[in-house]
Design a protein around this ligand. Sequence first.
Ligand SMILES: Cc1ncc(C[n+]2csc(CCOP(=O)(O)OP(=O)(O)O)c2C)c(N)n1
Length: 575
Amino acid sequence: MTPPPVPGPDSAAGVIARFLKARGVDRVFGLCGGHIMPIWMRVDAEGVRIVDVRDERAAVYMAHAHAELTGGLGVALITAGPGVTNGMTGLANAHVARAPVLVLSGMPPRPQENRGALQDMSHVEFVRPLTRYARTVREPALVLQELDEAVARAFGQGGEPGPVYLDFPVDTLRATVPRPLQRAEHFAAKPPPRLVPGEDDVLRAVDLLWSAKRPLFVSGRGARGAGAALLRVLDALGALYLDTGESRGLVPDSHPSVVAAMRGTAMGEADLVVTVGRRLDFQLAYGSPAVYKDARFLRIADAPSELRDNRRGDVELFATPALALDAIARAANGRVPAVDRGWATAMRAQHEARTRKLHTAMREAPPGADGRMHPQRLLAALRDVLPKDAIVVADGGDFLSFARVGLACETYLDPGALGCIGIGTPFGIAAALAHPERTVVVVTGDGAFGFNAMEIDTAVRHGAKVLIVVANNGGWAIEVRDQQETYGKVVGTELQFADHAAMARAFGLLGERVDDVAALPAALERALARRPALLDVIVTPEAASSDAKSGLAWVPDLQAIAAWDDAERAWRGID
Ligand SMILES: Cc1ncc(C[n+]2csc(CCOP(=O)(O)OP(=O)(O)O)c2C)c(N)n1
Protein backbone atom coordinates (compact mmCIF):
# COMPACT_ATOMS: atom_id res chain seq x y z
CA MET A 1 0.00 0.00 0.00
CA THR A 2 1.33 3.42 -0.93
CA PRO A 3 0.22 6.19 1.42
CA PRO A 4 -0.60 9.47 -0.33
CA PRO A 5 2.11 12.12 -0.33
CA VAL A 6 1.95 14.41 2.69
CA PRO A 7 0.71 17.73 1.33
CA GLY A 8 3.18 20.58 1.63
CA PRO A 9 2.72 24.36 1.82
CA ASP A 10 2.17 24.65 -1.96
CA SER A 11 -0.61 22.08 -2.01
CA ALA A 12 -4.17 23.37 -2.10
CA ALA A 13 -4.49 22.35 1.57
CA GLY A 14 -1.28 24.24 2.31
CA VAL A 15 -2.56 27.32 0.52
CA ILE A 16 -5.81 27.19 2.52
CA ALA A 17 -3.85 27.06 5.77
CA ARG A 18 -1.54 29.91 4.68
CA PHE A 19 -4.57 31.97 3.66
CA LEU A 20 -6.18 31.51 7.08
CA LYS A 21 -2.95 32.48 8.78
CA ALA A 22 -2.54 35.55 6.55
CA ARG A 23 -6.08 36.62 7.47
CA GLY A 24 -5.30 36.54 11.18
CA VAL A 25 -7.15 33.31 11.90
CA ASP A 26 -5.43 31.91 15.00
CA ARG A 27 -7.79 28.97 15.65
CA VAL A 28 -10.17 26.69 13.84
CA PHE A 29 -12.90 24.63 15.48
CA GLY A 30 -13.28 21.18 14.04
CA LEU A 31 -13.70 17.45 14.09
CA CYS A 32 -11.29 15.47 11.95
CA GLY A 33 -11.90 13.02 9.11
CA GLY A 34 -9.97 11.70 6.11
CA HIS A 35 -11.66 14.07 3.67
CA ILE A 36 -10.29 17.13 5.46
CA MET A 37 -7.10 15.69 6.90
CA PRO A 38 -4.78 17.52 4.46
CA ILE A 39 -6.22 20.88 5.61
CA TRP A 40 -6.19 19.78 9.25
CA MET A 41 -2.50 18.87 9.15
CA ARG A 42 -1.48 21.96 7.18
CA VAL A 43 -3.42 24.25 9.51
CA ASP A 44 -1.50 22.72 12.40
CA ALA A 45 1.79 23.05 10.50
CA GLU A 46 1.11 26.78 10.09
CA GLY A 47 0.71 27.16 13.85
CA VAL A 48 -3.05 27.70 13.77
CA ARG A 49 -4.64 26.16 16.84
CA ILE A 50 -7.13 23.35 16.31
CA VAL A 51 -9.93 23.25 18.87
CA ASP A 52 -11.14 19.70 18.37
CA VAL A 53 -14.72 19.10 19.48
CA ARG A 54 -17.09 16.17 19.92
CA ASP A 55 -19.75 17.05 17.35
CA GLU A 56 -19.55 19.22 14.23
CA ARG A 57 -22.56 21.25 15.35
CA ALA A 58 -20.51 22.44 18.33
CA ALA A 59 -17.60 23.38 16.04
CA VAL A 60 -19.83 25.72 14.02
CA TYR A 61 -21.41 27.16 17.20
CA MET A 62 -17.92 27.86 18.55
CA ALA A 63 -16.80 29.50 15.31
CA HIS A 64 -19.95 31.63 15.51
CA ALA A 65 -19.30 32.73 19.10
CA HIS A 66 -15.64 33.39 18.33
CA ALA A 67 -16.65 35.68 15.46
CA GLU A 68 -19.22 37.50 17.61
CA LEU A 69 -16.76 38.07 20.44
CA THR A 70 -13.69 39.05 18.45
CA GLY A 71 -15.17 40.87 15.46
CA GLY A 72 -13.06 38.54 13.30
CA LEU A 73 -13.79 35.49 11.19
CA GLY A 74 -14.90 32.25 12.85
CA VAL A 75 -13.67 29.12 11.09
CA ALA A 76 -15.02 25.57 11.35
CA LEU A 77 -13.36 22.58 9.71
CA ILE A 78 -15.73 19.62 9.40
CA THR A 79 -15.58 16.47 7.38
CA ALA A 80 -17.64 15.30 4.39
CA GLY A 81 -21.15 13.85 4.56
CA PRO A 82 -22.35 13.52 8.17
CA GLY A 83 -19.80 16.10 9.29
CA VAL A 84 -21.55 18.71 7.16
CA THR A 85 -25.07 17.56 8.01
CA ASN A 86 -24.19 17.71 11.72
CA GLY A 87 -22.95 21.26 11.20
CA MET A 88 -26.19 22.42 9.56
CA THR A 89 -27.84 23.76 12.73
CA GLY A 90 -24.73 25.80 13.40
CA LEU A 91 -24.92 27.18 9.87
CA ALA A 92 -28.60 27.98 10.32
CA ASN A 93 -27.88 29.82 13.55
CA ALA A 94 -25.04 31.84 12.01
CA HIS A 95 -27.31 32.56 9.03
CA VAL A 96 -30.05 34.03 11.20
CA ALA A 97 -27.53 35.84 13.42
CA ARG A 98 -25.62 37.06 10.33
CA ALA A 99 -22.32 35.96 11.89
CA PRO A 100 -19.20 35.82 9.67
CA VAL A 101 -18.37 32.13 9.79
CA LEU A 102 -16.34 30.18 7.23
CA VAL A 103 -17.11 26.46 7.14
CA LEU A 104 -14.60 24.28 5.27
CA SER A 105 -15.14 20.66 4.33
CA GLY A 106 -13.95 17.92 2.03
CA MET A 107 -15.37 15.76 -0.75
CA PRO A 108 -14.46 12.36 -2.16
CA PRO A 109 -11.66 12.49 -4.76
CA ARG A 110 -12.88 13.62 -8.19
CA PRO A 111 -12.50 10.19 -9.84
CA GLN A 112 -14.92 8.74 -7.24
CA GLU A 113 -17.51 11.51 -7.29
CA ASN A 114 -21.10 10.28 -7.81
CA ARG A 115 -20.03 6.64 -7.76
CA GLY A 116 -21.25 5.82 -4.27
CA ALA A 117 -18.05 6.93 -2.57
CA LEU A 118 -17.67 7.02 1.20
CA GLN A 119 -19.34 10.14 2.67
CA ASP A 120 -20.30 11.39 -0.78
CA MET A 121 -23.01 14.05 -0.70
CA SER A 122 -23.57 17.19 -2.69
CA HIS A 123 -23.20 19.51 0.31
CA VAL A 124 -23.59 22.79 -1.52
CA GLU A 125 -27.14 21.91 -2.50
CA PHE A 126 -28.30 21.80 1.08
CA VAL A 127 -26.08 24.45 2.68
CA ARG A 128 -26.84 27.06 -0.01
CA PRO A 129 -30.01 28.53 1.55
CA LEU A 130 -28.13 29.01 4.83
CA THR A 131 -25.03 30.63 3.39
CA ARG A 132 -23.96 33.76 1.51
CA TYR A 133 -21.64 31.73 -0.70
CA ALA A 134 -21.38 27.96 -1.14
CA ARG A 135 -19.08 26.27 -3.64
CA THR A 136 -17.23 23.06 -4.35
CA VAL A 137 -13.75 24.01 -5.55
CA ARG A 138 -12.32 21.31 -7.81
CA GLU A 139 -9.57 23.30 -9.52
CA PRO A 140 -6.48 23.74 -7.31
CA ALA A 141 -5.50 26.97 -9.07
CA LEU A 142 -8.80 28.58 -7.97
CA VAL A 143 -8.62 27.71 -4.27
CA LEU A 144 -7.16 31.03 -3.20
CA GLN A 145 -9.52 33.33 -5.05
CA GLU A 146 -12.51 31.30 -3.88
CA LEU A 147 -11.37 31.71 -0.25
CA ASP A 148 -10.87 35.44 -0.78
CA GLU A 149 -14.36 35.80 -2.23
CA ALA A 150 -16.01 33.65 0.45
CA VAL A 151 -14.49 35.68 3.28
CA ALA A 152 -15.51 38.98 1.64
CA ARG A 153 -19.09 37.69 1.43
CA ALA A 154 -19.00 36.48 5.07
CA PHE A 155 -18.30 40.06 6.15
CA GLY A 156 -21.17 41.33 4.04
CA GLN A 157 -19.23 42.98 1.25
CA GLY A 158 -21.90 43.49 -1.35
CA GLY A 159 -24.71 41.86 0.63
CA GLU A 160 -25.73 40.50 3.99
CA PRO A 161 -22.98 39.26 6.31
CA GLY A 162 -23.23 35.63 7.41
CA PRO A 163 -21.85 32.14 7.02
CA VAL A 164 -20.05 30.94 3.89
CA TYR A 165 -19.12 27.44 2.85
CA LEU A 166 -16.41 25.85 0.69
CA ASP A 167 -15.51 22.24 0.15
CA PHE A 168 -12.77 20.55 -1.85
CA PRO A 169 -12.33 17.02 -3.23
CA VAL A 170 -9.53 15.46 -1.25
CA ASP A 171 -7.36 14.94 -4.37
CA THR A 172 -7.71 18.67 -5.07
CA LEU A 173 -6.44 19.33 -1.54
CA ARG A 174 -3.37 17.20 -2.25
CA ALA A 175 -2.67 18.84 -5.64
CA THR A 176 -0.15 21.64 -6.10
CA VAL A 177 -1.23 25.23 -6.63
CA PRO A 178 1.15 26.74 -9.19
CA ARG A 179 3.24 29.50 -7.61
CA PRO A 180 2.26 32.23 -10.12
CA LEU A 181 -1.34 31.64 -9.10
CA GLN A 182 -0.64 32.10 -5.39
CA ARG A 183 -1.20 35.82 -5.70
CA ALA A 184 -0.58 38.22 -2.83
CA GLU A 185 -3.77 40.13 -3.70
CA HIS A 186 -5.82 37.16 -2.55
CA PHE A 187 -3.86 36.50 0.65
CA ALA A 188 -3.94 40.11 1.82
CA ALA A 189 -6.51 41.12 4.43
CA LYS A 190 -8.71 43.99 3.24
CA PRO A 191 -10.07 46.74 5.48
CA PRO A 192 -13.86 46.58 5.82
CA PRO A 193 -15.63 48.82 3.31
CA ARG A 194 -17.08 52.06 4.70
CA LEU A 195 -20.42 53.28 3.48
CA VAL A 196 -20.61 57.05 3.75
CA PRO A 197 -24.12 58.51 4.23
CA GLY A 198 -25.52 60.97 1.71
CA GLU A 199 -25.51 64.58 2.95
CA ASP A 200 -29.18 65.19 2.19
CA ASP A 201 -30.20 62.04 4.03
CA VAL A 202 -28.19 63.12 7.06
CA LEU A 203 -29.94 66.52 7.13
CA ARG A 204 -33.35 64.86 6.85
CA ALA A 205 -32.40 62.50 9.69
CA VAL A 206 -31.34 65.45 11.86
CA ASP A 207 -34.67 67.19 11.20
CA LEU A 208 -36.54 64.06 12.20
CA LEU A 209 -34.44 63.56 15.34
CA TRP A 210 -34.28 67.12 16.55
CA SER A 211 -38.00 67.68 16.11
CA ALA A 212 -39.00 64.48 17.93
CA LYS A 213 -40.50 64.76 21.39
CA ARG A 214 -40.17 61.13 22.43
CA PRO A 215 -37.30 59.57 20.43
CA LEU A 216 -36.35 55.97 21.15
CA PHE A 217 -33.20 54.27 19.83
CA VAL A 218 -32.91 50.49 19.42
CA SER A 219 -29.63 48.87 18.42
CA GLY A 220 -28.68 45.48 17.02
CA ARG A 221 -25.92 43.46 15.40
CA GLY A 222 -25.06 46.13 12.86
CA ALA A 223 -24.47 48.74 15.58
CA ARG A 224 -21.47 46.96 17.06
CA GLY A 225 -18.52 49.27 16.61
CA ALA A 226 -20.80 52.30 16.68
CA GLY A 227 -21.02 52.56 20.48
CA ALA A 228 -19.12 55.83 20.90
CA ALA A 229 -21.01 57.54 18.06
CA LEU A 230 -24.32 56.27 19.41
CA LEU A 231 -23.56 57.68 22.87
CA ARG A 232 -22.73 61.08 21.35
CA VAL A 233 -26.12 61.25 19.61
CA LEU A 234 -28.04 59.93 22.65
CA ASP A 235 -26.35 62.55 24.83
CA ALA A 236 -26.89 65.39 22.37
CA LEU A 237 -30.59 64.53 22.10
CA GLY A 238 -31.43 63.19 25.55
CA ALA A 239 -33.19 60.31 23.75
CA LEU A 240 -34.14 56.96 25.28
CA TYR A 241 -32.54 53.65 24.39
CA LEU A 242 -33.43 49.96 24.37
CA ASP A 243 -30.78 47.35 23.91
CA THR A 244 -31.38 43.95 22.38
CA GLY A 245 -29.49 40.71 22.87
CA GLU A 246 -27.59 41.39 19.65
CA SER A 247 -25.70 44.41 20.96
CA ARG A 248 -25.84 44.13 24.72
CA GLY A 249 -23.25 46.28 26.48
CA LEU A 250 -23.03 48.86 23.68
CA VAL A 251 -24.65 51.44 25.95
CA PRO A 252 -23.87 50.82 29.63
CA ASP A 253 -26.82 50.11 31.96
CA SER A 254 -25.84 53.17 34.01
CA HIS A 255 -26.44 55.54 31.07
CA PRO A 256 -29.50 57.80 31.58
CA SER A 257 -30.93 56.80 28.17
CA VAL A 258 -31.34 53.11 29.13
CA VAL A 259 -34.95 52.14 29.89
CA ALA A 260 -34.81 48.37 29.36
CA ALA A 261 -37.32 47.65 32.13
CA MET A 262 -39.85 49.98 30.44
CA ARG A 263 -39.62 48.25 27.07
CA GLY A 264 -43.34 47.93 26.29
CA THR A 265 -44.22 51.45 27.45
CA ALA A 266 -41.31 53.02 25.57
CA MET A 267 -42.30 51.23 22.36
CA GLY A 268 -45.92 52.31 22.73
CA GLU A 269 -45.19 55.95 23.54
CA ALA A 270 -42.24 56.84 21.28
CA ASP A 271 -42.96 59.33 18.49
CA LEU A 272 -39.73 58.45 16.68
CA VAL A 273 -38.09 55.01 16.65
CA VAL A 274 -34.49 54.87 15.45
CA THR A 275 -33.18 51.43 14.54
CA VAL A 276 -29.40 51.26 14.41
CA GLY A 277 -28.24 48.08 12.68
CA ARG A 278 -31.33 46.25 13.92
CA ARG A 279 -33.96 44.22 12.17
CA LEU A 280 -37.54 44.85 13.18
CA ASP A 281 -38.08 41.16 13.88
CA PHE A 282 -40.42 39.37 16.28
CA GLN A 283 -38.63 40.80 19.32
CA LEU A 284 -39.52 44.29 18.13
CA ALA A 285 -43.11 43.51 17.11
CA TYR A 286 -42.20 43.69 13.40
CA GLY A 287 -42.34 47.47 13.72
CA SER A 288 -46.14 47.24 13.65
CA PRO A 289 -48.25 50.42 13.99
CA ALA A 290 -50.40 48.36 16.36
CA VAL A 291 -47.57 48.44 18.89
CA TYR A 292 -45.63 51.62 17.96
CA LYS A 293 -48.77 53.70 17.98
CA ASP A 294 -47.58 57.18 17.03
CA ALA A 295 -44.08 56.55 15.81
CA ARG A 296 -42.24 57.62 12.72
CA PHE A 297 -39.17 55.56 11.88
CA LEU A 298 -35.54 56.37 11.13
CA ARG A 299 -33.56 53.36 9.91
CA ILE A 300 -29.75 53.32 9.95
CA ALA A 301 -27.89 50.24 8.64
CA ASP A 302 -25.27 48.97 6.25
CA ALA A 303 -27.11 45.69 5.57
CA PRO A 304 -30.35 45.62 3.57
CA SER A 305 -32.25 43.46 6.05
CA GLU A 306 -31.64 45.98 8.82
CA LEU A 307 -32.59 48.96 6.67
CA ARG A 308 -36.19 48.36 5.64
CA ASP A 309 -37.51 45.01 6.90
CA ASN A 310 -41.19 45.09 7.93
CA ARG A 311 -41.38 48.86 8.30
CA ARG A 312 -40.00 51.51 5.95
CA GLY A 313 -38.24 54.47 7.53
CA ASP A 314 -39.36 58.06 7.03
CA VAL A 315 -35.64 58.42 6.48
CA GLU A 316 -33.38 55.45 5.65
CA LEU A 317 -29.64 55.92 6.00
CA PHE A 318 -27.83 53.18 4.10
CA ALA A 319 -24.41 53.71 5.66
CA THR A 320 -21.89 52.34 8.13
CA PRO A 321 -23.76 53.08 11.39
CA ALA A 322 -20.80 54.76 13.14
CA LEU A 323 -20.29 57.07 10.15
CA ALA A 324 -24.00 57.87 9.94
CA LEU A 325 -24.26 58.69 13.66
CA ASP A 326 -21.10 60.81 13.58
CA ALA A 327 -22.43 62.71 10.56
CA ILE A 328 -25.73 63.29 12.38
CA ALA A 329 -23.96 64.60 15.49
CA ARG A 330 -21.85 66.96 13.36
CA ALA A 331 -24.74 68.23 11.27
CA ALA A 332 -26.90 68.91 14.34
CA ASN A 333 -24.18 70.72 16.21
CA GLY A 334 -25.72 73.41 18.44
CA ARG A 335 -29.31 72.69 17.49
CA VAL A 336 -31.72 72.46 20.45
CA PRO A 337 -33.64 69.19 20.59
CA ALA A 338 -37.41 69.17 21.05
CA VAL A 339 -37.28 66.17 23.39
CA ASP A 340 -39.84 66.13 26.18
CA ARG A 341 -37.41 65.99 29.09
CA GLY A 342 -40.16 65.24 31.58
CA TRP A 343 -41.08 62.09 29.63
CA ALA A 344 -37.48 60.91 29.34
CA THR A 345 -36.68 61.56 33.00
CA ALA A 346 -39.85 59.88 34.24
CA MET A 347 -39.23 56.81 32.07
CA ARG A 348 -35.68 56.49 33.37
CA ALA A 349 -36.89 56.87 36.98
CA GLN A 350 -39.52 54.16 36.44
CA HIS A 351 -36.88 51.93 34.82
CA GLU A 352 -34.62 52.35 37.86
CA ALA A 353 -37.47 51.69 40.30
CA ARG A 354 -38.51 48.54 38.42
CA THR A 355 -34.93 47.31 38.25
CA ARG A 356 -34.50 47.79 42.02
CA LYS A 357 -37.76 45.99 42.62
CA LEU A 358 -36.67 43.11 40.41
CA HIS A 359 -33.38 42.76 42.29
CA THR A 360 -35.19 42.67 45.62
CA ALA A 361 -37.67 40.13 44.27
CA MET A 362 -34.79 37.98 42.97
CA ARG A 363 -33.20 37.90 46.43
CA GLU A 364 -36.46 37.07 48.16
CA ALA A 365 -38.09 34.72 45.64
CA PRO A 366 -39.77 31.95 47.68
CA PRO A 367 -39.23 28.25 46.95
CA GLY A 368 -41.84 26.31 44.97
CA ALA A 369 -44.56 24.25 46.65
CA ASP A 370 -42.15 21.35 46.04
CA GLY A 371 -39.70 23.03 48.43
CA ARG A 372 -37.10 23.52 45.71
CA MET A 373 -35.15 26.76 45.22
CA HIS A 374 -36.56 29.49 42.94
CA PRO A 375 -34.23 30.01 39.93
CA GLN A 376 -34.13 33.74 40.73
CA ARG A 377 -32.27 32.94 43.98
CA LEU A 378 -29.57 31.25 41.93
CA LEU A 379 -29.32 34.24 39.59
CA ALA A 380 -29.23 36.68 42.52
CA ALA A 381 -26.31 34.76 44.04
CA LEU A 382 -24.55 34.77 40.67
CA ARG A 383 -25.17 38.51 40.27
CA ASP A 384 -23.36 39.11 43.53
CA VAL A 385 -20.14 37.46 42.37
CA LEU A 386 -19.96 38.23 38.64
CA PRO A 387 -17.40 40.89 37.73
CA LYS A 388 -18.61 43.82 35.65
CA ASP A 389 -16.82 42.61 32.53
CA ALA A 390 -18.19 39.06 32.71
CA ILE A 391 -19.30 37.28 29.55
CA VAL A 392 -22.67 35.65 30.13
CA VAL A 393 -24.06 32.96 27.83
CA ALA A 394 -27.71 32.20 28.55
CA ASP A 395 -29.49 29.11 27.24
CA GLY A 396 -32.78 27.31 27.82
CA GLY A 397 -36.45 28.22 28.15
CA ASP A 398 -37.73 29.65 31.43
CA PHE A 399 -34.22 29.91 32.82
CA LEU A 400 -32.96 31.87 29.81
CA SER A 401 -35.83 34.28 30.25
CA PHE A 402 -35.00 34.85 33.94
CA ALA A 403 -31.28 35.19 33.18
CA ARG A 404 -31.69 37.61 30.27
CA VAL A 405 -33.42 40.10 32.52
CA GLY A 406 -31.81 39.33 35.86
CA LEU A 407 -28.10 39.27 35.10
CA ALA A 408 -26.05 42.36 34.31
CA CYS A 409 -22.99 41.93 32.11
CA GLU A 410 -20.92 43.72 29.52
CA THR A 411 -21.12 40.90 26.99
CA TYR A 412 -24.05 38.59 26.48
CA LEU A 413 -24.80 35.76 24.06
CA ASP A 414 -27.88 33.56 23.76
CA PRO A 415 -29.66 31.35 21.18
CA GLY A 416 -30.72 34.47 19.27
CA ALA A 417 -33.57 34.88 16.84
CA LEU A 418 -33.37 31.24 15.71
CA GLY A 419 -34.14 30.18 19.28
CA CYS A 420 -31.33 27.68 18.89
CA ILE A 421 -31.18 26.17 22.37
CA GLY A 422 -28.11 24.04 23.08
CA ILE A 423 -25.55 26.71 22.13
CA GLY A 424 -24.63 27.35 25.78
CA THR A 425 -21.62 25.12 26.39
CA PRO A 426 -20.02 25.56 22.92
CA PHE A 427 -20.50 29.35 23.02
CA GLY A 428 -19.07 29.43 26.54
CA ILE A 429 -16.01 27.41 25.57
CA ALA A 430 -15.28 29.62 22.56
CA ALA A 431 -15.75 32.70 24.76
CA ALA A 432 -13.39 31.40 27.45
CA LEU A 433 -10.76 30.58 24.83
CA ALA A 434 -11.14 33.98 23.12
CA HIS A 435 -11.02 35.89 26.42
CA PRO A 436 -9.10 33.83 28.99
CA GLU A 437 -8.72 36.94 31.17
CA ARG A 438 -12.48 37.41 31.59
CA THR A 439 -15.02 35.47 33.64
CA VAL A 440 -17.23 33.40 31.34
CA VAL A 441 -20.42 31.89 32.73
CA VAL A 442 -22.91 29.69 30.94
CA VAL A 443 -26.32 29.75 32.60
CA THR A 444 -28.43 27.00 31.11
CA GLY A 445 -31.57 24.97 31.60
CA ASP A 446 -30.99 21.25 32.05
CA GLY A 447 -32.77 20.50 28.77
CA ALA A 448 -30.67 22.95 26.76
CA PHE A 449 -27.48 21.71 28.43
CA GLY A 450 -28.11 18.17 27.20
CA PHE A 451 -27.74 19.00 23.49
CA ASN A 452 -23.99 19.66 23.66
CA ALA A 453 -23.19 18.36 27.14
CA MET A 454 -20.34 16.24 25.74
CA GLU A 455 -18.41 19.43 24.96
CA ILE A 456 -17.45 19.63 28.64
CA ASP A 457 -14.76 17.21 27.49
CA THR A 458 -13.58 19.83 25.00
CA ALA A 459 -13.51 22.44 27.78
CA VAL A 460 -11.20 20.26 29.89
CA ARG A 461 -8.91 19.19 27.06
CA HIS A 462 -8.49 22.78 25.88
CA GLY A 463 -8.33 24.42 29.29
CA ALA A 464 -11.35 26.64 28.60
CA LYS A 465 -12.01 28.32 31.93
CA VAL A 466 -15.76 28.36 31.71
CA LEU A 467 -18.24 28.04 34.56
CA ILE A 468 -21.40 26.17 33.56
CA VAL A 469 -24.38 26.63 35.85
CA VAL A 470 -27.18 24.19 35.10
CA ALA A 471 -30.58 25.17 36.48
CA ASN A 472 -31.84 21.65 36.94
CA ASN A 473 -35.64 21.62 37.14
CA GLY A 474 -36.04 18.09 35.78
CA GLY A 475 -37.82 19.08 32.58
CA TRP A 476 -38.34 21.33 29.59
CA ALA A 477 -40.19 23.64 31.96
CA ILE A 478 -41.40 26.36 29.61
CA GLU A 479 -42.99 23.67 27.42
CA VAL A 480 -44.48 21.89 30.44
CA ARG A 481 -46.21 25.14 31.40
CA ASP A 482 -47.55 25.66 27.89
CA GLN A 483 -48.97 22.12 27.92
CA GLN A 484 -50.53 22.58 31.35
CA GLU A 485 -52.11 25.92 30.50
CA THR A 486 -53.09 25.37 26.88
CA TYR A 487 -53.79 21.64 26.68
CA GLY A 488 -54.31 20.54 30.31
CA LYS A 489 -51.99 17.57 29.82
CA VAL A 490 -48.23 17.09 30.21
CA VAL A 491 -46.67 14.71 27.72
CA GLY A 492 -43.08 14.15 26.63
CA THR A 493 -41.65 17.17 28.42
CA GLU A 494 -40.38 15.73 31.67
CA LEU A 495 -36.76 14.77 32.28
CA GLN A 496 -34.94 13.33 35.26
CA PHE A 497 -33.24 15.44 37.91
CA ALA A 498 -30.10 13.91 36.43
CA ASP A 499 -26.76 14.31 38.21
CA HIS A 500 -24.92 16.65 35.85
CA ALA A 501 -22.25 17.27 38.48
CA ALA A 502 -21.28 13.60 38.43
CA MET A 503 -21.13 13.75 34.65
CA ALA A 504 -18.85 16.79 34.88
CA ARG A 505 -16.55 15.04 37.32
CA ALA A 506 -16.32 12.05 34.99
CA PHE A 507 -14.75 14.37 32.42
CA GLY A 508 -12.39 16.07 34.85
CA LEU A 509 -14.27 19.26 35.69
CA LEU A 510 -15.01 20.44 39.17
CA GLY A 511 -18.62 19.33 39.53
CA GLU A 512 -20.93 20.07 42.46
CA ARG A 513 -24.62 19.70 43.06
CA VAL A 514 -26.30 22.46 45.05
CA ASP A 515 -29.87 22.27 46.35
CA ASP A 516 -29.73 24.82 49.15
CA VAL A 517 -29.65 28.61 48.68
CA ALA A 518 -27.33 29.00 51.66
CA ALA A 519 -24.72 26.81 49.98
CA LEU A 520 -24.65 28.86 46.77
CA PRO A 521 -22.09 31.58 47.62
CA ALA A 522 -19.40 29.12 48.72
CA ALA A 523 -20.10 26.76 45.81
CA LEU A 524 -19.88 29.64 43.34
CA GLU A 525 -16.63 30.79 44.89
CA ARG A 526 -15.09 27.33 44.60
CA ALA A 527 -16.34 26.87 41.05
CA LEU A 528 -15.16 30.29 39.85
CA ALA A 529 -11.74 29.59 41.30
CA ARG A 530 -11.41 26.18 39.63
CA ARG A 531 -12.77 26.51 36.12
CA PRO A 532 -13.74 24.65 34.02
CA ALA A 533 -16.42 23.83 36.53
CA LEU A 534 -20.06 22.88 36.57
CA LEU A 535 -22.68 23.56 39.22
CA ASP A 536 -25.82 21.47 38.98
CA VAL A 537 -28.33 23.56 40.90
CA ILE A 538 -31.69 22.01 41.74
CA VAL A 539 -34.46 24.56 41.17
CA THR A 540 -38.22 24.37 41.15
CA PRO A 541 -39.98 23.79 37.83
CA GLU A 542 -42.91 25.83 39.16
CA ALA A 543 -41.39 29.30 38.57
CA ALA A 544 -43.03 30.92 35.55
CA SER A 545 -40.73 33.27 33.63
CA SER A 546 -41.76 36.44 31.82
CA ASP A 547 -41.37 34.61 28.47
CA ALA A 548 -43.81 31.94 29.70
CA LYS A 549 -46.25 34.57 30.95
CA SER A 550 -46.01 36.65 27.76
CA GLY A 551 -47.25 33.78 25.62
CA LEU A 552 -44.00 33.37 23.67
CA ALA A 553 -44.06 29.60 24.21
CA TRP A 554 -47.46 29.01 22.61
CA VAL A 555 -46.66 31.01 19.45
CA PRO A 556 -49.59 33.40 18.84
CA ASP A 557 -50.74 33.90 15.23
CA LEU A 558 -49.86 37.50 14.45
CA GLN A 559 -47.17 38.56 16.91
CA ALA A 560 -44.63 36.80 19.12
CA ILE A 561 -46.25 37.67 22.43
CA ALA A 562 -49.89 37.73 23.49
CA ALA A 563 -50.19 41.45 24.35
CA TRP A 564 -48.86 42.48 20.93
CA ASP A 565 -50.99 39.83 19.27
CA ASP A 566 -54.09 41.33 20.94
CA ALA A 567 -53.04 44.82 19.87
CA GLU A 568 -52.43 43.62 16.31
CA ARG A 569 -55.88 41.94 16.19
CA ALA A 570 -57.59 45.09 17.42
CA TRP A 571 -55.67 47.25 14.94
CA ARG A 572 -56.51 44.92 12.03
CA GLY A 573 -60.13 44.71 13.13
CA ILE A 574 -60.02 40.94 13.80
CA ASP A 575 -62.21 39.66 16.66
C1 LIG B 1 -33.13 23.05 19.14
C2 LIG B 1 -34.41 23.41 19.81
N1 LIG B 1 -35.26 22.43 20.19
C3 LIG B 1 -36.40 22.74 20.83
C4 LIG B 1 -36.74 24.03 21.10
C5 LIG B 1 -38.04 24.37 21.81
N2 LIG B 1 -37.75 24.79 23.19
C6 LIG B 1 -37.62 26.08 23.53
S1 LIG B 1 -37.35 26.32 25.15
C7 LIG B 1 -37.43 24.67 25.44
C8 LIG B 1 -37.29 24.14 26.85
C9 LIG B 1 -35.94 24.36 27.44
O1 LIG B 1 -35.82 23.61 28.62
P1 LIG B 1 -34.63 23.86 29.61
O2 LIG B 1 -33.38 24.15 28.88
O3 LIG B 1 -34.57 22.77 30.59
O4 LIG B 1 -35.05 25.24 30.32
P2 LIG B 1 -36.32 25.49 31.29
O5 LIG B 1 -37.45 25.95 30.42
O6 LIG B 1 -36.63 24.19 31.96
O7 LIG B 1 -35.86 26.55 32.21
C10 LIG B 1 -37.64 23.95 24.27
C11 LIG B 1 -37.74 22.48 24.19
C12 LIG B 1 -35.84 25.03 20.65
N3 LIG B 1 -36.07 26.33 20.83
N4 LIG B 1 -34.68 24.69 20.03
